[in-house]
Design a protein around this ligand. Structure first.
Ligand code: SAM
Length: 375
């Protein structure tokens, strides 16, 4: 990967960070998500909620069931399932609730991860494998049901910028003494415009403020949901409403890299071998719901979503009266729920279209006002 990036830099002299991140994560056969490597779970680079506990999938399944209940032919589409843990947990809980979707569709960019997902489902739920279908692109035929995406938005390439009130810079990469180095360039009109809007929403920044935004978020999300005729899209990720994300104090942005359970902020250290992420601007995601023709049906923390979907009842059920098992599940639940762990920095957002019912997962806490959307 490093050699491919060096060739790109030798050819162009400078590339934007968005381009760098795109290549480092997704370059065919070389990028972090495209090449084969053990990425998730205890032996990987980071741990996601479905990898922490099947309680997460059990609660998500309850929310899916509520949406699928009135549909004769409902499907679930999961975007970016990683190892496939969430798919297994959602399918097995829906089966036990007698609420299986007609199809469980999977959209995954990584061929390696597709095989891993197929292997896990084949081992754990072989009888349900015929119901699962891997798509080569977003569905084109209209369907009713649920779209799920856990920790996918944070992996979309971002543009990095340095703010000056006179002229904004876009941060990119050059080669300096044979090494990758940050290098600013006068930002394009589009990046400057985006930065001005973010600065205004945050109440202004000092000179030299560095942060990022995701230029492709809206278009990407629209493509993902365009075929959902009726139902809900559920987005889970770490992030904040815009006014909190772009606080003046957060003057180096939220760019993070993950490699072997360590988090650090140097994206040049292990290109192709480390994950690169940034928090999600949930105001931007909420704005995209309206332009996609969806209603913003809920925004809450992961803890409140899981509590509303009955994580306590799921714990009792999964433990089945076994105290050791219950203690293990309680430890997992703490990781999912505690504010200092995943409970508060991870959020859940729901978009709905053509759905009469309210979603129970968002009934305990409504944080939509924090997004500061126009009335
Ligand atoms: C951080 S992992 C999360 C995996 C899983 N959802 C979980 O919670 O464990 C990101 C996943 O999204 C996939 N992905 C990234 N960009 C994608 C895209 N544009 N379309 C579909 N999948 C994508 C990656 O290959 C990977 O499976």
């Amino acid at each position: 990967m490093r050699a491919a990036l060096e060739r790109e830099l030798e050819a162009h002299g400078w590339i934007s960070f968005e381009r760098y991140m795109d290549l480092a994560l997704y370059a065919p056969g070389l990028g972090y998500y495209s090449a084969g490597a053990r990425k998730f779970g205890a032996g990987g680079d980071f741990v996601t909620a479905p990898e922490v506990s099947r309680l997460f999938g059990a609660c998500v399944a309850q929310q899916c069931r509520e949406v699928l209940r009135d549909m004769s032919d409902g499907c679930v589409l999961e975007i970016g399932p990683g190892t496939g843990r969430l798919a297994v947990d959602v399918l097995s809980r829906l089966e036990s609730l007698d609420s299986l979707p007609r199809r469980y569709l999977i959209l995954e960019v990584s061929a390696d991860l597709r095989e891993r997902q197929r292997g896990l489902i084949a081992r754990r739920l072989p009888h349900l494998l015929p119901r699962v279908e891997w798509l080569d692109g977003p569905p084109t035929a209209p369907f009713d049901g649920v779209i799920l995406a856990n920790e996918v938005l944070d992996a979309l390439p971002i543009a990095r910028f340095r703010w000056h009130s006179s002229a904004c810079e876009e941060l990119g990469i050059t080669l300096s003494g044979g090494r990758f180095a940050w290098c600013g360039r006068p930002a394009s009109a589009a990046v400057t415009d985006a930065c001005r809007r973010l600065a205004a929403a945050a109440g202004g920044w000092d000179e030299g403020y560095v942060s990022e935004y995701c230029p492709r978020l809206e278009a990407w999300a629209h493509t993902m949901v365009s075929s959902l005729r009726s139902g809900a899209a559920l987005w889970f990720d770490y992030g904040l409403p815009r006014a909190q994300y772009y606080l003046a104090e957060r003057h180096e942005g939220t760019l993070r890299c993950h490699f072997r359970q360590r988090a650090f902020d140097d994206p040049f250290l292990h290109p192709g071998l480390q994950d690169i992420t940034a928090w999600v601007d949930f105001t931007a995601l909420a704005e995209a719901s309206a332009t996609a023709g969806f209603e913003l049906a809920g925004f809450t923390t992961q803890a409140f979503f899981l509590a509303a979907m009955g994580i306590d009842r799921e714990m009792q059920r999964l433990a089945g009266g076994d105290e050791t098992q219950f203690a293990r599940l309680a430890a997992e639940a703490r990781q999912l729920l505690m504010p200092g762990a995943m409970g508060e920095c991870f959020k859940a957002m729901a978009w709905t279209r053509g759905l009469a019912r309210q979603l129970s997962g968002f009934a305990l806490q409504d944080l939509r006002h924090t997004l500061r959307l126009p009335e």
